[in-house]
Design a protein around this ligand. Structure first.
Ligand code: PNW
Length: 489
């Protein structure tokens, strides 16, 4: 059957609207007005809501041997056989080290006013500690200046997994608290030099992922599979590194510099939204994040965590917990998917996690389940449980089976579907007054996706890794429209 009026020519016209740079017409607001329907019940995002994009150093920079950069554990890891699915490395990656000016223009094109990037520790301290390499920080100074000149606020992450290999060799990396101290020294050094222009610093990206994949499943560098007691010890050292870094930043940065973690917390959702189940989800959130976020925000390991760990509990001192819980200014949340759907336990007490298995093959991932409500509950729980007054969504996005269409464009409607649904939930959150101040889509452009190499693409811009050509996907137009309207629903 043919739909009346849906001719090929008509389709070509619709497609032409979607060309990047020309906004998608007619705008939804105009369409709503024309339709006579009232605006939905959600308010727009707050007036000063910060829209941004994110990347990380190792995933985009390349130039691994330039200007005195030392080796990182990811250089070592990618060059081992069989660790990366397509046998690739990030030796060149997006060549962002040389192309950063063009990439800043890509951010600007989206209308985004914030960019979250990470500093490669081995560029600044090639040996992890000791003598700094001034050329390392020079690159980030150039990048920061370029961002500011284009009206884009820099948000810096100090550690996005690229530990100096020297520290792995010398101390076993995060297996030793010497690395926690080295991280704090590096953090203080950087903060002193960039805080005249950078106002917001994230310490460590995704403690949960780096500990589990780096020291448990061995999927990520340094590729270890340790017994549980040692894994718990590693996590403790990462938490300690975060806390000591917060103190070092306070000691060395200009006053007013804001600092916090960027964590992929375990996200717990009430399977049915009743007061008892919401409470159950809060209790679950506190316990499932006990090894890191809860410790940072409460200054202790929960009784549940210590009882569950038993003899495998980490060794720690009261001073450690004091450092770990140094006051922070915001919490960054990387939100990709729900981790647990829960209901209240017997007699309405505790929580009861339910099995679920919602993966979507067309999202081209073996881990990324779709559950948009994760975007609502994650910040709500953090604000409610710990009275956190400032939250950023430091990552959110998806890989998708992007296909180059005949006209050379990428109509990634799966990614648009994903983003629209998650952003609608975020709009619910800010409408209710949950204090989310900004959102960074992962990622600005396709890049080196860790052990998935270049096979998984998360970008709003497609990257041809042979030519380094960047091409906006349809999702770039979608995001541009969201930013412009400051609303999705
Ligand atoms: C994050 N999970 O990793 C990282 O911060 C990014 O560097 C990465 O490129 C991006 O998300 C996409 O993978 C995650 O299994 C990896 O829940 C795995 C999970 C979460 C985040």
């Amino acid at each position: 059957m043919r739909f009346k009026g849906f001719s090929r020519r008509r389709f070509a016209k619709i497609a032409a609207w979607s060309v990047f740079g020309i906004s998608v017409r007619p705008s939804t607001a105009a369409a709503n007005a024309a339709s006579g329907f009232a605006k939905a019940k959600f308010a727009n995002f707050p007036d000063n809501f910060l829209w941004g994009t994110a990347t990380s150093a190792y995933q985009v920079e390349g130039a691994i041997n330039e200007d005195g950069r030392g080796a990182s554990i990811w250089d070592r890891f990618t060059h081992l056989k069989g660790k990366i699915i397509d046998q690739s490395t990030a030796d060149i990656a997006n060549d962002h080290y040389h192309r950063y000016k063009g990439d800043v223009q890509l951010i600007k094109e989206l209308g985004a006013r914030a960019y979250r990037f990470s500093i490669a520790w081995p560029r600044v301290f090639p040996e992890g500690t000791g003598t700094p390499n001034p050329k390392g920080l020079d690159f980030y100074n150039r990048l920061v200046d370029e961002l500011l000149a284009n009206g884009i606020e820099p948000f810096v992450t100090l550690y996005h997994w690229d530990l100096p290999q020297a520290l792995q060799d010398r101390y076993g990396g995060w297996r030793s608290r010497d690395t926690s101290q080295a991280f704090a020294d590096y953090a203080g050094y950087v903060a002193e030099r960039i805080s005249d222009r950078v106002k917001s610093i994230f310490t460590i990206n995704e403690c949960a992922r780096l500990v589990q994949a780096g020291f448990g499943t061995a999927i990520d560098a340094p590729g270890l599979s340790l017994p549980q007691k040692e894994i718990n010890q590693v996590r403790h050292h990462v938490a300690l590194g975060h806390g000591l870094a917060v103190q070092a930043i306070r000691a060395h940065a200009r006053s007013g510099t804001r600092v916090g973690p960027a964590e992929n917390m375990e996200i717990c959702i009430p399977a049915i939204e009743t007061p008892a189940n919401v409470r159950a989800a809060e209790i679950a959130t506190r316990e499932f994040n006990a090894g890191y976020l809860t410790a940072i925000l409460e200054g202790k390991y929960t009784d549940g965590f210590l009882a569950y760990a038993g003899a495998d509990a980490p060794t720690f001192t009261p001073e450690d917990l004091k450092a770990i819980s140094s006051p922070i200014d915001f919490v960054g949340l990387n939100v990709y998917m729900p981790n647990h759907y829960v209901i209240a336990g017997e007699n309405g007490e505790g929580f009861f996690p339910l099995p679920f298995a919602a993966t979507y093959p067309h999202m081209d991932s073996n881990w990324l389940r779709i559950g948009p409500e994760a975007m609502y509950w994650a910040p709500r729980h953090v604000a409610k449980l710990w009275n956190v007054k400032s939250i950023y969504i430091t990552e959110n996005g998806t890989s998708a089976a992007d296909r180059l269409s005949g006209d050379g464009k990428i109509y990634d409607v799966d990614r648009i579907m994903y983003l629209r649904n998650y952003l609608t939930q975020l709009q619910r959150a800010t409408s209710e007054g949950i204090p989310v101040e900004g959102y960074f889509v992962w990622s600005l452009m396709d890049n080196f996706e860790w052990s998935d190499g270049y096979e998984k693409r998360f970008g709003l811009y497609h990257v041809d890794f042979k030519t380094q050509r960047r091409t906006p996907k349809l999702s770039a137009s979608f995001y541009q429209e969201v930013v412009k309207r400051n609303a999705v629903a």
